[in-house]
Ligand binder design. Structure first.
Ligand SMILES: *Cc1c(COP(=O)(O)O)cnc(C)c1O
Length: 465
């Protein structure tokens, strides 16, 4: 983690979130939601989810022209949980989906086609047809996909209402501090690489020939990306939209999809940068984007949900090896994939609690916090100074509302954890929980492992062809 931390702005919302979290962890322990029977759970702070959705909306309301259309499509992969999508829908957000599964989740949550955007670098013909038939906006990734779309459109009735259709651009403005998260490098796999030789002219010609191409899409952000670099990516696409419209002599591009990728501060309680920081930066850098001529789409994921989530796991044992204290907990790679496999890029704050759910203070010791998986690297913290932990304690992994327990990895046939939403009354005395996802049962784990085909490999194989 950083040795020198910048002084952070006073963040009273962050402090309130911390109080709610501590109340929720102790209530979860008291009610037995986590403990001996359920050794690890995910918790989502419903007030924090509401606050982040409201902050996103107001940040863009502040900078857009009166009446300018803005769709905030939550990136489903960040928290693929139907009740969360339903809550965001109620708060006026839509969904950005990138697979048939994510589209099915959005539909199950009741999100309308008009509020759904389909992105994905590998859309099948069936997915494209489904989107066209149902009025779901599509961002085309590459030249071959565009040719495929041409064919599908030819087969549609001429009076079929088309959804917004755009092309994803890679402005090649450069990556951030995490390679695996950098979408706008020169050789990124995403979108049409705009600075490649001939690419710009090709894009303009592609729009000229296809009057139905009316959007441009860019998604350059992610964890580790500086905001000014994200804004450069959006600026490049805005300039391209202006150029296309000038070349074809009408406003053919009517919408710009800015993508998501606002980084999240995992070092403290402070929410920084804010949606408002980013929206203002965009307005200052690209005023024309906010004069009302373009409908806007955003696709934020992590920044809407990360700080609302807490993973709470039981410490099964404590031990020591070679002088290193190790707490063996139930939170490991099955729910903290990135932190376990790329610990430098994804450090998490960790808070020990005793078995009653009271936060531990007292003397600190350098400890490893290990998970339950059977490989040596299954650690969520290494050599970290933390209050001394004991067996039966609980350990909380903070800011894990996006891409953690909602995105499980079935290593060691560990089940998907339960996820609960919580609300805390103003006095902090009452905590209410709602089940967002039930824990996976052993029967489900076994079924997922092919139990229906138990005899498939003994005896003769069936003829299939
Ligand atoms: C993952 C993704 C997002 C969301 O990114 P976050 O970093 O979670 O905000 C948005 N758009 C696209 C195309 C994505 O792939």
């Amino acid at each position: 983690m950083n040795d020198i931390s910048e002084p952070l702005p006073h963040d009273s919302a962050g402090q309130e979130r911390q109080l709610r979290r501590e109340a929720a962890v102790s209530a979860a322990a008291a009610q037995g939601l986590v403990g001996v029977d359920q050794p690890v759970i995910g918790l989502l702070d419903l007030a924090a989810l509401r606050d982040s959705a409201a902050a996103l909306r107001s940040a863009f309301e502040e900078v857009t022209a009166p009446g300018q259309e803005v769709l905030h499509a939550f990136a489903v992969k960040a928290a693929p949980l139907v009740p969360v999508l339903r809550l965001f829908d109620e708060l006026g957000l839509g969904c950005e989906v990138a697979s048939p599964g994510e589209l099915a989740l959005a539909r199950a949550a009741g999100v309308s086609a008009q509020r759904t955007v389909l992105d994905s670098p590998a859309k099948t013909t069936a997915e494209l047809n489904e989107a066209l038939a149902n009025g779901i906006a599509v961002n085309v990734d590459n030249r071959q996909e565009l040719t495929r779309l041409d064919g599908l459109l030819d087969a549609l009735a001429s009076d079929h209402d088309l959804p917004p259709l755009g092309l994803r651009i890679n402005p090649q403005t450069g990556g951030g501090s995490i390679d695996a998260m950098s979408t706008a490098t020169v050789t990124s796999k995403f979108g049409v690489a705009l600075a490649d030789e001939g690419a710009r002219a090709w894009v303009i010609e592609a729009y000229r020939r296809r009057p139905w191409l009316n959007r441009l899409h860019v998604h350059t952000g992610s964890q580790g990306m500086p905001l000014p670099l994200m804004a450069e990516g959006v600026a490049a696409v805005y300039e391209l939209a202006e150029e296309i419209n000038a070349e074809v002599g009408r406003q053919q591009v009517t919408g710009i999809d800015l993508g998501g990728g606002l980084p999240v501060n995992f070092d403290s309680e402070a929410t920084t940068p804010t949606f408002s920081d980013y929206a203002r930066l965009l307005r200052d850098r690209i005023p024309g984007l906010f004069d009302g001529r373009y409908a806007l789409v955003t696709e934020f994921g992590r920044s809407l949900a990360a700080k609302a989530g807490t993973t709470v796991a039981r410490v099964e044992y404590v031990k020591s090896a070679g002088g290193r204290a190790i707490a063996v907990s139930h939170a490991g790679a099955q729910l903290a994939v990135r932190t376990v496999f790329a610990p430098e890029a994804w450090p998490l704050r960790i808070e020990p609690y005793d078995s009653t759910g009271a936060r531990r203070g007292g003397p600190q010791l350098a400890q490893d916090v290990a998970g339950p998986c059977c490989f040596a690297g299954d650690l969520v913290a290494r050599d970290r100074m933390l209050p001394i932990m004991e067996a039966d304690d609980l350990v909380a992994l903070l800011d894990t509302g996006a891409y953690y327990f909602s995105n499980p990895f079935s290593y060691n046939s560990l089940p998907r954890t339960a996820v609960y939403g919580y609300t805390v009354t103003d006095s902090g005395a009452g905590v209410r929980f709602a089940t967002i996802r039930s824990p996976q049962t052993l029967e489900e784990v076994v079924a997922e492992a092919g139990a229906d085909h138990v005899d498939a490999l003994v005896g003769d194989l069936e003829e299939t062809g």
